[in-house]
Ligand binder design. Structure first.
Ligand SMILES: C[S@@+](CC[C@H](N)C(=O)[O-])C[C@H]1O[C@@H](n2cnc3c(N)ncnc32)[C@H](O)[C@@H]1O
Length: 242
């Protein structure tokens, strides 16, 4: 059981809700409602869901019309006890609700090791304030691509430039093509993927796309927090192989 002080201290960083998601990736309500016009159930995955506020808001709003999955790296980042407590405190779940009915399924893993879901499982994959911590970012996007269903949509809060760190480390995905730096956006465009504008910066928006990342080799990763304790994020450097 997480200590109360620790839980409260981390709330601002692990419990952002849909209002913040709206700023970062344009939210997901419209995407879900659009799909519910033609299907009974929408399957949703949040990468780095933290204390699960957005997923709980989706449950409250859509009930059994959404199948909800969240991923966290560690249990202390948000497990079922923490989600329950967060949901009750925010009035998103009733005090006496059955956890099995109201909580999303949570999996604890490093997304860089792959996503434990079958191909084509999700209609919608989204994420806020988690991308910077992922290693092998291209590998993660490949996995998101794989688990998206044919008409699926991914919306990842993943600004190309990460402010607040020296220029050398602002670009968290670096792709080198025969000695020249290829902007990540240019590489994405080859696969019909792109950055889209949000109120706060840009986010990565894409549907299922074949071949993304097949021609990239991961060369190195730098954990910025090891360079300075005020810096955060993993920079991933790739080489185009053909
Ligand atoms: C700063 S918290 C943000 C939580 C929530 N999205 C929010 O905005 O309040 C970062 C989240 O990303 C998750 N995360 C970071 N690195 C991860 C990784 N490599 N694999 C899976 N989850 C990761 C953490 O478990 C944590 O839940």
């Amino acid at each position: 059981m997480i200590r109360d002080g620790h839980y409260r201290q981390k709330l601002p960083f692990r419990a952002r809700g849909h209002a913040m998601l709206l700023e970062r990736i344009g939210g997901v309500f419209d995407d879900i409602e659009q799909r519910l016009e033609t299907q009974d159930v929408v399957s949703v995955l949040e990468l780095g869901c933290g204390y699960g506020t957005v997923l709980l808001e989706l449950r409250q709003r859509y009930g059994g019309c959404v199948v909800l999955h969240g991923i966290n790296r560690r249990r202390e980042d948000g497990d079922t006890d923490i989600l329950l407590r967060n949901g009750v405190e925010r009035g998103l779940i009733a005090f006496d609700a059955s956890p099995n009915e109201c909580l999303p399924a949570i999996t604890y893993l490093d997304v860089a090791d792959g996503l434990p879901f079958a191909d084509g499982t999700f209609d919608l994959v989204y994420s806020q304030v988690a991308w910077l911590y992922f290693s092998n970012k291209v590998g993660v996007l490949r996995e998101v691509n794989r688990v998206l269903c044919h008409a699926g949509l991914a919306k990842i809060d993943a600004d190309e430039l990460h402010p607040g760190v020296p220029p050398e480390y602002q670009r968290l995905v670096e792709i080198w093509d025969d000695g020249r730096l290829m902007p990540f956006g240019d590489y994405l465009a080859r696969f019909g993927m792109s950055f889209a504008a949000a109120t706060q910066g840009e986010y990565l928006r894409f549907g299922k796309s074949a071949g993304f990342g097949d021609d990239l080799e991961l060369i190195s990763e730098v954990d910025l927090s090891r360079l300075h304790h005020h810096w955060d994020g993993i920079k991933c450097v790739y080489r185009l192989t053909r």
